[in-house]
Each structure stands twice: as C-alpha cells, then as structure tokens.
Design a protein around this ligand. Structure first.
Ligand SMILES: *[C@@H]1O[C@H](CO)[C@@H](O)[C@H](O)[C@H]1NC(C)=O
Ligand SMILES: *[C@@H]1O[C@H](CO)[C@@H](O)[C@H](O)[C@H]1NC(C)=O
Ligand SMILES: *[C@@H]1O[C@H](CO)[C@@H](O)[C@H](O)[C@H]1NC(C)=O
Ligand SMILES: *[C@@H]1O[C@H](CO)[C@@H](O)[C@H](O)[C@H]1NC(C)=O
Length: 512
C-alpha cells in the first residue's frame, strides 16, 4: 500500500502538471480556443485552473474555474449594433484598441474572485495566457511562478512578433487589419509598411505602457518587472495553419495549432440528419457566429437574403433567433443554434456563408466546404483575403449586399466547380500533419516543462529595441559614412580641378 502511494505520488509529480489558464478576453470565440487547449491538457492527465468568464455546466475532474466578471458588455457603445463597426477604418480601430484593452483589463484586475484567488498564493508549473492585449495579467503568472506559454486566437500578429522578436517583412506579409493578399502592388506595400509601423509604435508606446501602468498598480509586490515578464514567454501557440493562409516567417517557438477547436464530427440529431439527407440539391449553412444574429440585419438586407435564397434549389439553414422568418419562401430553416461543426461534415453541405471568423472558416476548411464571407471587422477581412487567394471562396462586403450581388456570388460558388475542388484539396493538406493540433499542444506544453522553460528556443532579437532590430542605426551609419566619403571625394576633386585650372592659368600667364 505504502509503495503504491509513493508510486502514485511520483507519477503525479512527473506526469500531472499544474497548469494555470489566463483567458481574460470575454469573447466566446476567443474562449473556445483557450478551452480547446484546456481540454487537450486535461485529456493528457494534467490539472488545470482557468481564470475565465465561462464556467462549465457541470464540474469537470481536475478542472477549476476562477470566474471573471463580464468585461466587454460594459464597454459596448449604447445603441450600436455589430454592423455599425463594419465601417470603422483600420487605423481608427488600431488607435482605439489600447484604450479599450486598458478598460477591460482593469475590470478583470478588480474582480473579487481574482483577488481572492491571488490571496491563495498558489504556485503552478505552466501558465497558458491568451495574447490579446491585457498583458498586465502577466502579474498573475509572476505570482504563480510558472513558465509562460501564450496563445493567439488568430494568425501571427504584431503582438506575437513583438513578444518573441519575430519579423514580418511588410514586403509580403500583409497586416491583419488590411485585406491585402501576399502579392501586393507598390501602393499596397507602401500603405502596408506605413500602417504596420504606425500600429507597432501605437502598440509599443501606448498600449504596452497602459498595461505596464496597470501591472505596477495591481502587482506592487511583484519581484519581476513588467518588461522582464513580457520577454519571458517560452512559446506561443498560433491558431492558424499555413495551408489556409500565406507563407510567412515564424520563430521555432511559434507553434501552429490551427484546427485545435475542431473535434471529430459526431452523429447529428435526427432533426438535422433528416433535413440534410432530404436536401437532394444540397444545403447552405448561413451563420455569422455568436457575433451577429440573423435578426440583426437591416430590413433591406434581410429581404435581399430571403429573395436570393428563394430562387435557389438548395435548402438554407440560417442562424436566426426568432420564432418565424417573415416571407420565408419555404426552403429556409431558421434556428437559434445548430450543430454547425457536425453538419459541416455532411456531404450535402455545399456552401458556408460566414462573417469570416477563424472558428467557422476553419471548420469549413477541415471538411472542404467552399465559403462566402461577409467580413465585419478585426481579422475577418484578412481571413477572407486568404480564402480568396487560395481559391476556396469569395466575399461580399456589407454595403454591397443586394439581391443581384448576392445571387451572382452564390451562383458562382455553387456552379463553378473550381471552388469546391480547391476546398477539398486544401482540406486534405490541412489535415495532413505529423501531429493533430491537440497533440501539438500536449507535446509542447510538456516540452516547456521538461526543459525548464525552453529558453533555448528564444531568439536574441527579444532584447533588441526597435532601432537595433530594424538596423536603423546601422543604415544611418552607412549613410553617414557614404555622405562623408562623397563629401571628401567631392572636395578633393574640386581641389584637384582648381589646382589644375590655376596651374594652367599660371602657365598661360607665364607664356604671355
Ligand atoms: C488540482 O489542483 C487543485 C488546485 O490547485 C487541487 O485542489 C487539486 O487537489 C488538484 N488535483 C489533483 C488530482 O492533483
Ligand atoms: C419575429 O416573429 C414575429 C412573429 O412570430 C414577426 O412578426 C416578426 O416580424 C419577426 N421578427 C423578425 C426580426 O424576424
Ligand atoms: C455590387 O457590388 C459591386 C462591387 O462588387 C458594387 O460596386 C455595386 O455597387 C454592387 N451593386 C449594387 C446594386 O449594390
Ligand atoms: C524567464 O525568466 C527566468 C528568470 O529570469 C529565466 O531563468 C528564464 O530563462 C526565462 N525564460 C525565457 C523563456 O525567457
């Protein structure tokens, strides 16, 4: 018995890591990625505590939640719908983010549950932290004494580049808020470069200093400074995969886990199974995520959708939270919720109409379903730019939504086989990997623990400042040397010419 207890004790120490998840950003789509990471780690036998707004319906073994208050609702501008955000220019959005994040981070830091949790002063092996502003919460990791793994809910961005000292050359890596492809014209490269520099400066000068201020205010007894903590990430999980994206540089400690939230398809509830099986001409799934319900569309937009769908042979499943849909032509089924991921695997699904968020588009990519995107904000336009560049979908912008435009795009997607072929081909590449995203998460988390933080993966660029990193000092020195050399050459040449000239003059005088 004693031996068994000792054995179990050792097994626990070597296998079961104590992991703290810091999922501070209250958007459901963000939480779903954090939660998929948690589930992978729980499956591998680790013990997870998560700081998050979301509590599971029933208790889960080895899983504890420290519940944060809702931190986005209080910040919503009154009377504005998500559709109003669609027109906000990227630069305004970029300038707004530091102020927005300052506020939601402070709501988190003031929460009583978090304060009570911090009083317990519990230590952890690994902290998994969402990288979405809110860097002041690294104070929690400081106190927990853990190795830090960050994750993003989208592709590499200036935030993850900045943290690990990675480079995204503006010549072929489009900024996530612009909607360029990786093949940019001169003017696009120009704006991409200028926008990236402005956004980087805004992040480093404004956003990070706001967060540093919060860190110092709420963690006055921290032994390590904000800057030390900021540069201490062991690695970053990136919610992306190159098959559905553009090829770009990554550090060895940036690990792609795109598809982490997509579980194997389950059997459908009978109601949906029947609906899909009976649709001989196929089904279109139309969902803008939790972000925009069907009832949020303006009346003329809703009518454009209904008229367009009415002319199709296909059936449509529309996420629309009302008991009836006005003027339903008969082939549209509405619902507040449907098993989207599982339906996507059904061979009768022909098209997915989406806002272009990474969760839904990834589900479509996994199953090889073509996409029509109606991007609203954030990275959605970039996701659609990738979709279009890879040839498995099209997009329509909100102001362009008319019956004629919708019909054109939907018919092109349904009738031109190239979209379906590309979607199927990319799906094969996406799913062809040495490890599943879940296995990647488990492997690299344990790797960081095994190698005491895996600092050997960290590039020296982490400690360079903007001027050093971009070699601005070196280019300036070269320029000065060239200017001086040119000046000296110019002066010497001038002197030689003058000398020769005056000598000739003097010679002339003598001969006269
Ligand atoms: C998991 O961690 C919690 C809190 O840190 C602790 O109370 C619990 O006993 C741990 N469970 C196991 C199985 O180690
Ligand atoms: C919701 O349903 C009711 C009838 O059940 C209908 O009168 C109303 O127009 C619908 N609203 C929307 C936005 O679809
Ligand atoms: C259809 O979309 C195009 C752009 O693709 C736009 O210029 C045009 O105004 C739209 N048509 C209508 C009738 O809105
Ligand atoms: C994090 O900081 C600790 C203490 O300064 C250091 O030993 C460790 O190597 C750092 N890890 C990384 C990945 O930078």
């Amino acid at each position: 018995m004693k031996v068994l207890v000792i054995l179990l004790f050792f097994l626990n120490v070597t296998c079961g890591l104590k992991i703290l998840g810091i999922f501070h950003y209250a958007m459901k789509s963000h939480y779903l990625i954090g939660n998929s990471i948690v589930n992978s780690l729980l499956d591998a036998g680790h013990n997870v505590t998560a700081i998050t707004q979301y509590k599971p319906d029933k208790p889960i073994n080895n899983y504890r939640v420290v519940q944060l208050p809702e931190n986005l609702e209080p910040l919503k501008p009154p009377g504005k719908t998500p559709l109003d955000i669609a027109g906000v220019p990227p630069l305004v959005f970029s300038f707004y983010l530091p102020f927005f994040s300052y506020q939601f981070t402070e709501i988190d830091l003031r929460s009583t549950e978090l304060i009570e949790f911090l009083k317990e002063d519990e230590k952890f092996d690994i902290c998994i932290v969402e990288l979405f502003l809110g860097e002041a919460l690294l104070g929690v990791a400081e106190q927990a004494g853990c190795k830090i793994i960050q994750y993003t809910t989208f592709d590499s961005y200036i935030w993850s580049d900045n943290m690990l000292g990675n480079d995204s050359p503006s010549s072929y890596v489009p900024h996530s808020f612009l909607y360029y492809s990786d093949q940019m014209s001169f003017t696009q490269r120009l704006w991409n470069s200028v926008f990236t520099i402005i956004d980087k400066l805004n992040y480093n000068v404004v956003a990070l200093n706001f967060q540093k201020y919060l860190y110092n205010k709420y963690f006055p007894n921290a032994r390590r400074s904000f800057d030390e903590m900021y540069k201490n990430a062991s690695l970053i999980f990136i919610n992306n995969h190159v098959s559905a994206s553009f090829v770009r540089p990554h550090m060895p400690n940036q690990i792609e886990i795109g598809g982490i939230h997509v579980k194997p398809a389950k059997t459908l509830p009978i109601e949906f199974q029947r609906f899909l099986n009976e649709a001989a001409d196929g089904v279109i799934i139309f969902s803008m995520g939790s972000f925009l319900d069907g009832t949020d569309w303006k009346i003329e937009q809703r009518e454009a959708f209904i008229k367009t769908f009415g002319k199709l042979k296909q059936k449509v499943l529309w996420r629309y939270s009302n008991e009836t849909l006005p003027e339903n032509p008969g082939n549209i089924k509405i619902g507040t919720w449907f098993p989207q991921r599982d339906m996507m695997a059904h061979p009768n699904v022909k098209l997915f109409i989406t806002h272009g968020g990474l969760l839904g588009t990834t589900e479509a990519i996994v199953e090889g379903v073509p996409i029509l995107g109606i991007p609203i904000f954030g990275d959605q336009k970039m996701n659609m730019a990738k979709t279009i560049a890879r040839g498995y979908g099209l997009q329509i912008l909100v102001p362009e939504i008319t019956e004629e435009n919708l019909s054109n795009k939907i018919n092109e997607l349904l009738n031109n086989p190239k979209y379906n072929e590309n979607a199927k081909r990319i799906s094969k590449i996406f799913n062809d990997r040495p490890k599943t995203p879940q296995e990647e998460v488990i492997y690299w988390t344990e790797y960081v623990a095994r190698h005491n933080g895996a600092a050997h993966l960290q590039a020296a660029s982490v400690n360079l400042n903007f001027i050093e990193f971009n070699l601005i000092d070196v280019y300036c020195t070269i320029l000065v040397v060239l200017l001086v050399a040119f000046y000296v050459w110019f002066k010497i040449t001038l002197a030689v010419i003058r000398c020769a000239f005056s000598k000739r003059k003097a010679d002339k005088k003598q001969t006269q």
